[in-house]
Design a protein around this ligand. Structure first.
Ligand code: AMP
Length: 906
């Protein structure tokens, strides 16, 4: 019993030998432990911008490495770092050139090549198969990018990528730790697919393997078995979001391999003296998965020698009671080798491994001396309960920690005395480890007050508990952190996906969705392209209604607009903290010219004197700030009578004034101006009209026509379907012809936008406004901002994406087109015919909505469609279903949708 308790106390048991959450030490650019000689470059602009000046956080000579330039899109210039030994690299930090304040160059996106031997170079790819990594947007901030998967390499090359010819300069740091295993490559039969009727399909391939594949054998590389990620008890589940079932494991089926075993070769950097091998195995016996029955390993002392005849191995004790995934530790008897060949025998139909590591008494690869305070905070994760403790273990031990498997797998040699001896030894060792742990905890407490805390304190507290990609940014010399969740379009058929969707390979970084909260109504779009998410908690609504920006605000009239409901949950509200696919990608299908043509011509509405706006009440609050109802004195004359307004007899006209909040960031300000420019070019009876602006002084305001009935969502949600009952009881109601007419109007507005090739990106009832005559006008062009910006919207602030309205390709690929607007229109129709009483997919969590998106992509009949609303005529529901076609070409055009709806109205 004591033994079991002691085992359970072992923290290392839930971790791999190299834990990416802990392995985050600066590898020596900034502190100079990477020598100048180890920094080379394909070119440099001047001596004073040579590779040795590429040190993050330092500002020497001209302040950064700048390749000879300017850099053209087709150029491939690189900065190369030799780490002198194999390292497990988990993050890259980049920064632009400050040059004592004179610099203005930085690298927006870059690629990474790595090599273990200096000969074979491999391009780093995210789990999505994407090579491009988001870099900097200014010269000061440090942007840290988590490498998922991590890289095991000695040499790394950073390759700036540019879409336009420009001068680029950069400083950088690499983060990680020494690669104690010394493993250069493993070979194994290709992982297989488990398809059992009645169960989800599990894809058990080694998807990040960086070697070769020939006749179903993978060789010459490393992959998921050395990425530090341990699989869960249920092999269908994974902590890695946006991946597929079975992601964590590489698995093989017994009868497919003939001999009843899986043979793997392991090649090491040097000759080593092996004490043990640890294999993390699944044991979900109810699904025919068990740890291996026995393993037998041969050793080759040198590359050119033969395999030594005597194998080393064990027979395991199989376990039909505990389905936990577990490490099986295989003693290797201190045999010496440079290469190992192990045969793992099946105990059941399937065998699945998630990680393999080796403990060897090698000539120790001396880790670079890494001060404790340079370790970056780990992204918190459920699999990472005691990060600091394990850091201590990792950083202080020169040999890997002794780890015993749990449940224990013992050699079945029948010798009780050996077993007892082993147990006693283990207990003694455990006692030592416990003492060590307690000691580490004590030291950690002391260290928390020491320099390492400095860095942690700089963290802005925006880490998510489930981050998969983390981008860190800092301001000036004081780095701060921000967690970024980028969309990860990788699904279970990555090869197919890449094949089918070539734009993926050009688009930016891997990304992951982390969604877990119910949706909210408030919406803060970002500059696009996207895409990262984390859950936003309730957002405080400002109560400062009468701010005094207008002439004579009348405090007595500051009553909330009846239509404003800040708390109605609407859509998946998720934060965008970083963007992807910004340059060099085809992700955004709106032709650049279109938005250019909207924006380049400037604002075609006039500056309205703000003192002639008289505040009446607050209508609502949106992404930029509050929307006020105001009287606009003399607006009719201001417009020269061109725009017919409802009150033409000289009396002040009521308008809605959208005001940029005082604390808005520069980005938000730019976005606000961009929305003004876009709106000023739109002219259609079903698009909300911009009447004037106040942009000469702050706060920036846009003046639009006032839509008395507020937004369509709250309008419909407060009404019932017209019937004798509603008539008799005077209940606010809408008729079916009303709903059809509303739908037709929206389709008319969208047809107009589509004719301009303008993509709205956020069509939903909440973004349609209703006037007193039930005219519907589409509003909110906030999502249209920064369509082509290479920058990303970084906050303080957050932004959210309406995933329940988004087409699968918008979520998975960041691709927004008129066809994805058609999809959103289908959802908007569904909202209309459910009278906005329910959120789309209300029974699904955000994660499930994302999963469902994957099903739409796979199109194997498992996707869940929104149900047929009872009020909706069958032909209209068919139209909705066509809007949700997987292939964009199968979706109807807005022209067709409009015609269809007009027929209904008639
Ligand atoms: P927005 O910032 O555009 O998302 O607007 C926030 C809220 O203000 C909307 O949901 C509406 O309830 C209200 N609102 C915005 N524009 C108008 C308008 N032109 N007329 C009436 N209400 C509006």
């Amino acid at each position: 019993m004591l033994f079991l308790m002691l085992l359970l106390l072992l923290p290392a048991e839930s971790r791999s030998q190299t834990d990416p959450a802990q392995c985050r030490y600066a590898l020596g650019m900034q502190d100079g432990s990477i020598a100048d000689d180890d920094l080379t470059a394909s070119s440099q602009w001047y001596e004073s911008t040579g590779p040795k000046y590429a040190r993050l956080g330092r500002d020497e000579a001209d302040g950064a490495w700048c390749p000879a330039g300017p850099l053209h899109p087709s150029d491939e210039q690189f900065l190369q770092v030799d780490l002198r030994s194999l390292c497990f690299v988990t993050l890259v930090g980049t920064q632009g050139r400050s040059g004592g304040g004179a610099g203005k160059e930085f690298v927006r996106i870059y690629r990474l090549d790595y090599s273990r031997d200096g000969d074979r170079w491999i391009s780093w790819k995210s789990r999505t198969g994407q090579k491009v990594i988001q870099g900097n947007s200014n010269v000061y901030d440090v942007v840290l990018k988590d490498l998922r998967p991590p890289v095991i390499a000695r040499y790394l090359r950073i390759i700036p990528v540019t879409e336009l010819t420009s001068t680029v300069c950069m400083r950088m740091e690499l983060y990680g730790c020494s690669w104690h295993d010394g493993l250069l490559s493993y070979s194994a039969p290709e992982g297989q697919i488990m398809a059992v009727p009645g169960y989800p399909i599990a894809y058990l391939n080694d998807s990040t393997y960086d070697g070769f594949l020939e006749r179903r054998l993978q060789f010459g590389g490393l992959g998921q078995l050395t990425d530090g990620l341990l699989g869960m008890d249920d092999f269908l589940q994974t902590h890695q979001t946006r991946t597929w079932q079975g992601y964590d494991y590489v698995g093989w089926r017994n009868d497919s391999l003939g001999p009843g075993y899986v043979e793997m070769d392991f090649l090491f950097d040097k000759q080593r003296n092996f004490s043990s091998m640890k294999v993390h195995c699944n044991n979900m016996f109810s699904r025919g998965v068990k740890i291996f029955k026995k393993v037998s390993c041969l050793f080759k002392p040198r590359l050119i020698s033969d395999w030594e005849p005597e194998p080393v191995g064990i027979t395991t004790v199989l376990d039909d009671k505990n389905p936990s995934a577990r490490f099986v530790t295989v003693p290797l008897g201190n045999r010496v080798g440079k290469e190992l060949r192990c045969q793992f025998s099946f105990a059941d139909t399937w065998m699945m491994f998630s990680e393999i590591s080796f403990q060897s008494n090698m000539e120790v690869i001396k880790p670079r001396v890494i001060p404790v305070h340079t370790r970056l905070p780990s992204p918190l994760s459920t699999a990472d309960p005691e990060p600091e403790l394990s850091t201590m273990l990792q950083s202080q031990e020169t040999t890997p920690p002794f780890i015993v498997s749990w449940p224990v797998d013992r050699p079945d040699d029948g010798s009780t005395s050996v077993l007892i001896g082993c147990l006693v030894t283990i207990i003694l060792l455990l006692l030592v480890i416990i003492v060590l742990i307690l000691w580490c905890q004590y030291v950690r407490k002391v260290l928390e007050k020491a320099p390492c805390r400095i860095l942690d304190e700089e963290v802005m507290g925006q880490h998510s508990s489930c981050s998969d990609t983390m981008v860190v940014h800092s301001s000036h010399s004081n780095p701060t952190y921000e967690t970024v969740f980028l969309l990860d379009p990788e699904y279970q058929e990555p090869v197919l996906l890449l094949h089918k969707l070539p734009e993926l390979s050009q688009s930016a970084e891997d990304s992951v969705l982390i969604l877990s909260n119910p949706a909210y109504d408030l919406f803060i779009p970002t500059s696009f392209p996207l895409i990262g998410w984390h859950v936003m908690k309730n957002k405080p609504i400002s109560t400062n209604v009468c701010s005094g920006d207008y002439a004579e605000p009348d405090l007595t009239q500051c009553t909330p607009h009846q239509g404003f409901q800040s708390s109605v949950p609407h859509y998946a509200e998720t934060d965008i903290v970083s963007l992807q696919g910004v340059t060099g990608s085809n992700m955004y299908a709106v032709p650049a010219l279109t938005v250019d043509s909207l924006t380049r011509k400037g604002i075609s509405v006039g500056e309205f004197p703000r003192q002639r706006l008289h505040f009446r009440e607050k209508l609502g609050e949106g992404q930029f700030g509050e929307v006020h109802l105001c009287e606009a004195e003399g607006l009719q004359e201001f417009l020269g009578g061109v725009v017919p307004l409802s009150d033409p007899d000289g009396r002040p006209v009521l308008v809605a004034v959208k005001k940029l909040r005082a604390d808005a960031s520069k980005n938000a300000r730019n976005d606000f101006l961009k929305e003004i420019k876009i709106m000023s070019r739109l002219n259609h009876p079903n698009i909300v009209r911009l009447l004037g602006v106040c942009v000469c002084t702050d706060p920036l305001c846009m003046i639009t026509e006032y839509m008395e009935n507020g937004d369509l969502n709250q309008f419909l949600s407060q009404r019932e379907s017209e019937s004798t009952l509603t008539h008799a009881n005077n209940i606010p109601s809408v008729s079916l012809p009303n709903l059809l007419h509303m739908s037709a109007q929206i389709s008319s507005g969208m047809r107009y936008l589509a004719s301009l090739n303008f993509v709205h990106r956020d069509l939903a009832t909440r973004n349609c406004l209703v006037d007193h005559q039930l005219t519907i006008k589409i509003a909110d062009f906030g999502m249209s901002r920064n369509l082509y910006s290479g920058d990303y919207y970084r906050i303080q602030g957050r932004a959210v994406l309406p995933i329940r309205w988004m087409a699968w390709e918008s979520i998975l690929l960041g691709k927004f087109t008129t066809a994805s607007d058609v999809w959103a229109f289908g959802v908007t129709l569904w909202e209309i015919f459910t009278l906005c009483k329910e959120q789309p997919y209300s029974l699904l969590s955000d994660e499930q909505v994302i999963e469902n998106t994957g099903e739409f992509f796979r199109n194997q009949g498992r996707q869940i469609f929104l149900s047929h609303p009872s009020l909706c005529p069958p032909t209209l529901f068919e139209l909705m279903l066509r809007c949700w076609s997987r292939d964009t070409k199968d979706r109807p055009s807005f022209e067709r949708v409009h015609r269809h709806l007009q027929e209904h109205v008639a």
